[in-house]
Design a protein around this ligand. Structure first.
Ligand code: GDP
Length: 639
């Protein structure tokens, strides 16, 4: 009987990683989601798991990825990635191997403790079915996935087309290639997968749906035109995603091409090319003549080599929908990019909130293929409905499981659509975001009417920060607030701030959809004041101890009506009802807590001052003695 690790974890109040540890201890074969067990084994497993109740230790093998950590702790993958970015400033793909100390901090932040373990000795392989989840056998190098970004008309499409024609179409009889949203080129040194929808809007739209598929971004800048507004936007989007960038200075064939000026301008936007002492590779190319394009491809493969991109073709399938449409005569057609595992004809799939069985698969050349491994884009026929770009793709054991999972997701989606949804970040409830522990940086996007005001607003905002909260302007520019600004805000959990500018209607509707807050101002101080106020709200209250007074216990009474009462004399300062006290005997603290009742003779009082006598009872402490010295203090909030 196939048993879900998540179910056992739920039943035994553990996290999945702890259950996997139990399975390893008992020598029960498993993958990351399930194991095969009869009733006896299951009982054994549950018994061993229950014995761990309350333990915070989670066994982990070496080389953990964000996906492994998410699986081990039973938290959603996007949440782990978000925590990595916001708390640990680590930008990682789901399959990137994390440094051990990062894994430890990440796990600690989620309330658990890593217990490093060695890999269990290989047991005899379990028979795996074509569609069933399989045991991971190890990662292998995979092609990088590349997106091209840059200002309009700088040659993104031309460059994609040139690369495709030079490397793909020539092999084809008739030279017809399919546009399926992505294509792959095969060079002697390796393969590269290009996403075919250039531009940062598409890049960030995918990312805001939790599907960061791009490994390397190519920033195209026309050598004759230089850096333009969308170049700056693209830089912000790429930096925010933490994806390595290679610059392609295009249109080098033009007589007025000035690559040095481009590089100079790039440095002004903190993109420092290698010749200028930085670490960003630059290729000088022409999408028209093809000059320099091989160098660009080589740089991509070099970068990929440095990144050590890997995936396991034999593990369970994980993929993402790049684009999807309904085609006459073919039905729903989806381009799926396989990230892990191998997709095969006949597989039952759950794709977002739809499902289906793979009837046919075509590659970017329009050729029918039978299987597709990591980083391979394929067009898939056989889904029952059209999924959304960014939807995740996973195996299902059979059609029934695929249908029921998809149906329950669809109904959850419907409920979500009707439920009043919450904003991502808003100035109003920054405090809550902070309390939930996920936010220490307030990300802002600033748009203004003229460059002068952009700089003024940006400068003032960046001064607002203090030791606990950092204000980070992740993108700023001249002009209206556009849809692309909202997409970036949504992906980066930012607020869009406009100064003397309008919001484009498409941006407004996208902001409503993705719950991004937009604030517009025409007076600069109002803007700054609002941010400052919100940040104050964000600050965790800070308390310091403030000395109130000293009291001596002169006598201990045992009153029938009240019990033990300390008969006291205030020797310095004052003592108050409910104030904090520290009781000292021979200069050693014997108890710390609060004053329960304070009486002058029989009268309840709020405060007694130096020279006065009073009766004190403490909240939960009666072992006081004559001669004990009481230090009274209160905790004062200082922010
Ligand atoms: P996109 O908006 O960034 O996708 O830009 P396109 O690829 O559509 O190119 C815009 C214009 O620039 C088109 O007219 C192209 O023919 C031209 N173009 C693109 N690359 C080059 C190049 O390397 N040299 C020259 N001379 N023109 C180019």
């Amino acid at each position: 009987m196939q048993t879900s690790i998540a179910d056992v974890a739920k039943n035994t109040h553990l996290v999945p990683g702890q259950v996997m540890g139990v399975l390893d201890e008992l020598g029960v074969q498993h993958d990351s989601t399930s194991f095969e067990a009869d009733a006896d084994i299951l009982e054994l497993v549950e018994e061993a798991a229950r014995a761990l109740k309350g333990s915070k230790k989670v066994p982990m093998l070496a080389n953990r990825t964000p996906r492994d950590v998410a699986q081990a702790l039973g938290v959603p993958q996007p949440e782990v990635q978000k925590t990595l970015i916001t708390k640990h400033k680590v930008m990682a793909q789901l399959t990137t191997v994390l440094k051990p100390e990062v894994v430890e901090q990440l796990v600690a932040g989620l309330g658990y403790e890593v217990q490093w373990v060695d890999a269990p000795a290989p047991a005899k392989p379990s028979p795996a079915t074509a569609s069933g989840p399989k045991k991971a056998v190890g990662a292998q190098p995979r092609p990088p996935i590349v997106t091209i970004l840059g200002h309009v008309d700088h040659g993104k499409t031309s460059l994609l087309d040139y690369i495709r024609k030079a490397n793909v179409a020539s092999k084809e009889a008739g030279g017809i290639t399919q546009h399926i949203g992505a294509y792959q080129v095969e060079l002697p040194e390796g393969k590269i997968t290009f996403l075919d929808t250039p531009g940062h809007a598409a890049f960030t739209a995918m990312r805001s749906r939790g599907a960061q598929v791009t490994d390397i971004a190519i920033l195209v800048v026309a050598a004759d035109d230089g850096i333009m507004p969308q170049t700056i936007e693209a830089i912000s989007h790429v930096k925010n995603a933490g994806v390595p960038m290679i610059v392609a200075v295009n249109k080098m064939d033009k007589p007025d091409a000035n690559p040095d000026r481009v590089m100079q301008q790039l440095t002004e936007h903190q993109v420092i090319p290698i010749p200028y002492g930085g670490d960003v590779e630059v290729a000088k190319v022409s999408a028209l003549t093809g000059e320099g394009v091989p160098d660009l491809l080589e740089l991509i493969l070099l970068q990929a080599g440095i990144m050590g991109l890997t995936a396991d073709p034999r593990t369970s399938l994980d993929g993402v929908v790049i684009e999807a449409k309904l085609e006459k005569g073919r039905g729903p057609v989806a381009t799926i990019l396989v990230e892990e595992g191998t997709l095969k004809i006949g597989d039952n799939l759950i794709v977002g909130s739809t499902y289906g069985k793979v009837k046919a698969m075509m590659d970017y050349r329009g050729e029918r293929i039978k299987e597709a491994g990591p980083s391979t884009p394929v067009e898939v026929l056989g889904l029952t409905d059209v999924p959304n770009a960014g939807d995740r793709v996973a195996f299902a054991a059979d059609e029934r499981e695929a249908r029921t999972t998809a149906e329950s997701r669809a109904s959850a989606d419907r409920e979500k659509a009707f439920a009043p949804s919450k904003r991502k970040v808003s100035l109003g409830d920054l405090r809550k975001s902070l309390d939930s522990g996920e936010m220490k940086t307030l990300n802002l996007i600033v748009k203004a009417d003229v460059q002068g005001s952009v700089e003024a607003v940006r400068g003032m905002l960046e001064k607002v920060e203090n030791e606990e909260v950092t204000v980070k302007v992740i993108h700023s520019g001249v002009g209206t607030i556009t849809e692309s600004d909202i997409l970036l805000a949504s992906a980066a959990d930012a607020i869009c701030v406009g100064f003397n500018t309008r919001v484009e209607p498409t941006a407004k509707s996208e902001a409503e959809r993705s719950k991004v807050e937009i604030r517009t101002y025409s007076i600069i101080y109002e803007l700054i004041e609002d941010i400052e106020a919100a940040i104050k709200g964000m600050l965790a209250p800070k308390f310091v101890e403030e000395y109130l007074g000293t009291v001596e216990i002169r006598m201990v009474f045992n009153l029938t009506k009240y019990g033990l009462v300390a008969g006291c004399h205030v020797t310095d300062g004052k003592v108050q009802r409910n104030c904090n006290v520290r009781i000292k005997r021979d200069n050693e603290v014997v108890w710390e807590g609060k004053v329960g009742s304070l009486k002058n003779v029989k009268q309840d009082v709020r405060e007694m001052i130096a020279g006065q006598d009073c009766g004190i009872q403490f909240d939960g402490f009666t072992a006081f003695k004559e001669g004990d010295v009481i230090e009274a203090f209160e905790m004062v909030q200082i922010n």
